[in-house]
Each structure stands twice: as structure tokens, then as C-alpha cells.
Write a protein that binds this ligand. Sequence first.
Ligand code: C5P
Length: 472
Amino acid sequence: MASLTIRKLDEAIKAELRLRAARHGRSVEDEVRVILRQAAEGPAAPAPSSHPTPAAHRSRPTSTTTNSVTLIIGGGIAAYKALDLIRRLKERHMDVRCVLTRAAQQFVTPLAASALSHERCYTDLFDAGSEFDAGHIRLARDCDLIVVAPATADLMAKTAQGHADDLASAILLATNKPILLAPAMNPLMWNNPATRRNVAQLIRDGIVTIGPNAGEMAEAGEAGVGRMAEPTEIAIAAERILRPPQAQPLAGQRVLITAGPTHEPIDPVRYIANRSSGKQGFAIAAAAQAAGADVTLVSGPVDLDDPVGVNVKHVESAREMLAQVEAALPTDIAIFAAAVADWRVASEGTQKLKKTGAGIPPLQLTENPDILATISKLRDNRPPLVIGFAAETEHLIDNAKAKFARKGCDWIVANDVSPATGVMGGDRNTVHLLTREADGTVNVESWPVMTKDEVATTLIERIASHVKDTST
Ligand code: C5P
């Protein structure tokens, strides 16, 4: 991937970038990232409608949120473990930018840290090659967390005293982000009253520490408390700071979700399909899982990774989907987001259909089972809350209302999937939630344009408050 050096840009562009960055309260580098991300996501979404914004969806991180970490590697024998720490942070969706102290470079090289982090590595307070206008300030602030591993006795002493005579200590003094220290040193140094005082001061200052652990030291025959915490422990501690465990309003609830298209075979090699990507259903499954639910996701063929912690059943056809849905019952909530094919070929060929002189083979279609209607109308085992989707290309609300009456579900999420909206396969969605008032009248609540993750989080929050209301 090519890298971009802001310093080398045209002066007028740099001035414009600085203005934009200042206006948005971001660094120039972050502003460039935002511009690139928006460009990659395609044309801006239509302006939000005048309908009220569901309060809870704004800037809510999802399970795939990426955070950025400035990792300061101090000069100790444990520095070699910091290289593994880079990996452990990255596998938890954290971008890592490394800073090596002069002493750290005696143990590991900037090249190794750059290779593992896929980012430039920083070593000098006054770095003419840095694309940042004031390198230590940017490194201190253009991140979500600063991790120091290993945190040596010297680095901790300097931090406790507020020194800033090298890049690492200057970053630690200049930051307004949380700091996680993983101390590592000889047990005598760790127990020295000076270190004890410094650690106590750092903790009073709000800095979080992890470790050190007890064990053998690098020095032959020495053991005690002073070994750096293991990289995985540090990464978990970092994740806990960045993504504190969320409230789990759906704990104990079983949620069944369908997603994606179905493939209806014509013969062993051909099938009827549709353009559903499965993204909305997968996002709902991830949001339900994050809310503590026990989630089963029945998915048609999609090009998505299984959401972590979700029980995923992969199917091809509508009939297979229905079988897996029935096998997953009973559940407390069922959300049918799949774009199930309405028809299949009446008699599927056992061999590949051949071109013959007899002309084009007629494809006799027959109706597929309607999974949503089937489950909504169950006498036994009907989930207490059944939610359907209505993907329409015209007369959205009227068609969704008609579907609501026909299918027998409790809520319907209606969305416009006409090609101009880019909803099919895209990352955004504009939905309307249809519910019934106590007197049977249909209530339509229109949500503004959101990402599919935000739609999922908002829907799960609505479900959680419904579950709370109905259980009290
Ligand atoms: O009738 P239509 O396909 O527009 O209905 C959409 C809703 O019904 C979605 O919730 C979809 O998952 C569900 N559905 C289903 N089985 C079908 C067709 C649709 O569960 N065969």
C-alpha cells in the first residue's frame, strides 16, 4: 500500500487541510484519513430526514471498531515481547504506531517494529522526516491509548516527574489519552522505595498498570516480581480500557436471525439468487451478541465472516433455511432479515441441463415456504417477538403495511432497496419501523440514514427496551 507524506503536499492543499482539521478539531493526519475513508465509501449519503434521531445509535462502537494505539517500547530485555504485543493488539482491531526509546533500540530494531505494525516507527524527538508538524504532540494525541511496554524504572521515574527530554517521555507528558504501563525490571529495582513512590504517583495520576508478574529474571539465578505481563494480558487490558464491557440488556435471551439470499438450484451447477449481501442481518447478529443474547444466525450464501460468539448455520435454499429455523426454536426473539427467494424450480435437474435442438427449456417455478409467515403463525413455539423485513422498490410504506397484515409478525423493518439507494450490498440503510399500537393501528417510525451497524444497534436497543417493558 502506498504511503502519503503530508509534508510533501502542495502548500495550498496543506493550508486547506489545516483549516479543515482545525474546524473539525482533528489533527491534519486524521482529517486526511477521514477524507480518504469518505471517498472510499462512495458518495455522501442523503441528508438525514426531519424525523427524530433515535438517541442511542450515535457514535456507538461495534465489535469491529478499530482503535489506534501508540506503543512506546522501553529499553529492557522484555522489549522483544513488545514485538509479539504488536501482533496481539492488531488481532484485536487496533492500529499500532511504535515509538522506540534509545535504549529499546539496543534490544529490538525500528525495522522489526515497523514490519510488524505496518507503520513507520518513531525514535527521535526532533525528526525532520516526520510528516507531523510537531511529532510528539501528534503521536501523543492521534491515538486512543498509549501503551508503554516494557515500562522501565527510568521511564516511569521520568513520567512521574514530568520529564520530556526524549520522544517517549515527551509523548507521555503531552498526551490527553489514557496510558497503560506494563512495568518490567529487576525485582530489586521494582521494590526500591524510589520505584514504589513513582508507581504510587503514576497511579494517583490516573495511569493504569498491568503486572509485573512473578517469575525468573533474565539475570541468571534471579527470580521475583518484575517480569513484564504477557503480551496477551497487556492486549486484553488495553481492550478493556478502549472498549469497556457494555451493558448486556439481552442477557439470557435467545435470538434467532436469518440473513443473506437463498440459492435455489436449477440443476447441479445453476441456481436462482438475488443481490442480498447479508450485511444487515450479520450486523444485527453481532449487535444482539454484544447485548448479551444467545444468538443463532441462519445464513444463506454470503461473503462475510461469521460474527464472533454467534452460532451460525450456513444454508443454501429456502427449504434448508426453514429447516434450520425450525430446529433453532424455541427462541425469545426471531428476526427475519434474509432475502428468501419466493420461488424455486419445481423439478430440479439431477444433471446439468443441456442445450438441445428442442429450444429453450421451460423453467417451471413453484412457491417457496414463507419462513416469516410460517413462524409467525405457529401455535406452539412461536417466539414472543417476531420481526420481519420488507425490502421494497416502490410504495415502501403501503407495501410494508400490507405485508405486516399478511405475515402475522409483530414488527416490520421496511427499507427501500431500489438500485438508486445502494442499500443492496452497501453499508448504509434507511429504515422505517412498523409496530402496532394497543388498538391495532400501525405506527410508522422513520429512522434517518445510518450505517447498517447503527441500524442493528438501534434495533437491538428497541428490542431490549421492549423485552424490559413486557417482562415488568
Ligand atoms: O414477501 P417478502 O419476501 O417481501 O417478505 C419479506 C420478509 O419475509 C422478510 O422478513 C423475509 O425474511 C421474509 N421471508 C421469508 N420467507 C420467504 C420470503 C420472505 O421468511 N419465503
